[in-house]
Ligand binder design. Structure first.
Ligand code: SF4
Length: 212
C-alpha cells in the first residue's frame, strides 16, 4: 500500500467525532481544490505492507478506522481488503465524491463524502450518481462552505435534489472563517437533515499539525 502516514488519534469530523480512531492516510489525490489543506498528500507516499498496517491497527486497540487521503478511493482494492479483514471494526471512508463509492460500501463501513462546491474549482469532477448510493443513517454528505449566499443556494439545490434518499448532510465552515454565520443559517433552515461540524483536531492541535 502507498501511504503518507498512519497513526492513532481522535476522529475530528462526521458521526463518530471524538472517537478513538486509527487513521490510514493514502497517498495521492485526483483533485486540486483551490483551498486544499492537505497538499502534503499529493506525492506517491511510502510503501507499507498490508500485514504491517493490519498489525498497527490491531495493536492500537481502536474500534474505529478512518481511511483518508489524499483520495483513498485511488486505492479502492486496498480499502476493501482492510475493511474485510476487520469485520468487527467500523471504517469511515473519507472521499470526495469524484470516484464511485459503491465498492467500499460494506456492512462495517461508512462514507463521509466531502462534496466539492464551485469555489473549490473541482465541482465538475463530482460523480452525481454517488448521491443515490449514500445510505440513510450510515453515510454522510459533507460540505465545506464559506457561508456565502452563492454557496447557500448551491447547497439547498443539492439538498432538494437528494431529499428522497434521506441521508444526513453535514455543514463545515471553511477553517478560519466565522462559524457563527454558518451555524445560524443552519438553525434558520429548520431541516433535521443538516448537522453542523467543526474540525475537532484543528481546535485541539495546531491547524497545520499532521498525524492528528
Ligand atoms: S480532495 Fe482533499 S486532498 Fe484532494 S485536493 Fe481536494 S482538499 Fe486536497
Amino acid at each position: 500500500m502507498q501511504l503518507i502516514e498512519h497513526y492513532l488519534s481522535l476522529q475530528g469530523e462526521g458521526l463518530r467525532t471524538g472517537k478513538l480512531t486509527y487513521f490510514v492516510r493514502f497517498a495521492r489525490c485526483n483533485l486540486r481544490c483551490s483551498w486544499c489543506d492537505s497538499t502534503y498528500t499529493f506525492g506517491k507516499g511510502k510503501p507499507i505492507s498490508f500485514e504491517a498496517i493490519a498489525q498497527a491497527i490491531k495493536k492500537s486497540k481502536a474500534h474505529y478506522v478512518c481511511l483518508t487521503g489524499g483520495e483513498p478511493l485511488l486505492h479502492t482494492k486496498d480499502c476493501i481488503e482492510l475493511i474485510r479483514h476487520f469485520p468487527n471494526l467500523h471504517f469511515d471512508v473519507e472521499t470526495s465524491g469524484s470516484i464511485a463509492i459503491q465498492p467500499v460500501q460494506l456492512k462495517n463501513s461508512s462514507i463521509i463524502m466531502d462534496w466539492k462546491l464551485n469555489h473549490s474549482k473541482m465541482s465538475h469532477k463530482m460523480k452525481q450518481e454517488n448521491f443515490s448510493c449514500l445510505r440513510k443513517n450510515q453515510d454522510l454528505l459533507k460540505f465545506v462552505t464559506d457561508g456565502s449566499k452563492e454557496e447557500q443556494m448551491e447547497i439547498l439545490k443539492i439538498e432538494k435534489k437528494t431529499r428522497k434518499f434521506g441521508f444526513l448532510i453535514s455543514l463545515q465552515p471553511v477553517f478560519g472563517t466565522n462559524p457563527e454565520k454558518c451555524a445560524n443559517w443552519l438553525i434558520s433552515l429548520k431541516n433535521p437533515r443538516f448537522q453542523f461540524n467543526l474540525q475537532l483536531h484543528k481546535t485541539i492541535w495546531s491547524p497545520t499539525q499532521t498525524r492528528v
